[in-house]
Design a protein around this ligand. Structure first.
Ligand code: AHQ
Length: 253
């Protein structure tokens, strides 16, 4: 356990009750990237085809980094019960063949989203269209999970408290705003509606319990959530800058 965590454990102030702590966590929804100008433009149908393609191509780097992030948490976590739950997140993204059940996984579904908006598989998987600042934002999240105590990395995943809203918004708006997009590409967002809710049920229960040992630890959990909200906001900044300056015409290598 690092020094910051030890100091937080020593705090003698009365912690917030679970309801108040959860309300404070959920109150950070105002910083969620659904409010970012780029996502507002997307929901309003104001992105052109190249900008929508650019978003899908850039976000692929986030998608392939999630299982790496989750594997970092597993490698730091000495609690078998937590690992039994957390490993499901890797299977959700990488897919699996288990006891005759095949699941292509979310990374493959995101490649299909790329094809649905007119990118080739290679356009997406080559990462040639991922802006440097997009990589920087995503790498900050993966390195946080590698270096911080696994309990803190669990708390950082709680931006997914707000994810069902943005997934549903895309499912609801793209068919009308972007009718040229093959609707089967939206399957990724549909899958996340249930997966995110399962993830949040587990991550929130753990966070409300573990970080309620002291008020300082609860304040640390809010700080961690704000860090991850900033990661998502910075990723949207990167994509917006990338897509407002340069259309997808040439590789970024
Ligand atoms: O597709 C997303 C996803 O698989 C995850 C995992 C989770 C995490 O571990 O941090 N967060 C997350 C998110 C996904 N999609 C984002 C979006 O806007 O499509 C939202 C993001 C999140 O809210 O953290």
């Amino acid at each position: 356990m690092n020094n910051a965590m030890n100091e937080a454990l020593a705090d003698t102030r009365t912690p917030w009750g679970p309801e108040e702590f959860e309300t404070l966590l959920r109150g950070k929804s105002t910083s969620y990237h659904i409010h970012h100008p780029f996502h507002v433009m997307m929901a309003e149908g104001k992105l052109n085809a190249a900008q929508l393609r650019g978003w899908v191509a850039n976000r692929f780097y986030y998608q392939i980094s999630i299982p790496i992030k989750d594997a970092a948490i597993l490698s730091n976590c000495n609690d078998r019960e937590i690992r039994r739950e957390w490993i499901l997140r890797i299977l959700d993204h990488d897919g699996f063949d288990l006891n005759g059940i095949h699941d292509e996984g979310g990374i493959e579904a995101w490649i299909h989203l790329g094809q649905a908006v007119g990118l080739s598989r290679d356009d997406v998987t080559s990462l040639r269209y991922v802006a440097p600042a997009s990589r920087f934002a995503v790498d900050a999240y993966v390195n946080f999970a590698r270096r911080q105590p696994w309990q803190e990395a669990v708390a950082s995943s709680l931006t997914e408290l707000f994810a069902p809203h943005i997934h549903q918004q895309r499912i609801d708006t793209w068919p009308e705003k972007y009718p040229w997009v093959d609707p089967t590409g939206l399957q990724y967002f549909k899958n996340r509606l249930t997966q995110a809710r399962r993830d949040v049920a587990h991550g929130l229960k753990f966070t409300l319990d573990y970080f309620s040992q002291t008020r300082a630890m609860q304040e640390r959990a809010l700080e961690i959530l704000q860090f991850k909200l900033n990661v998502l906001w910075a990723l949207a900044d990167a994509i917006m800058l990338d897509q407002c300056n340069v259309q997808i015409t040439g590789p970024k290598t």
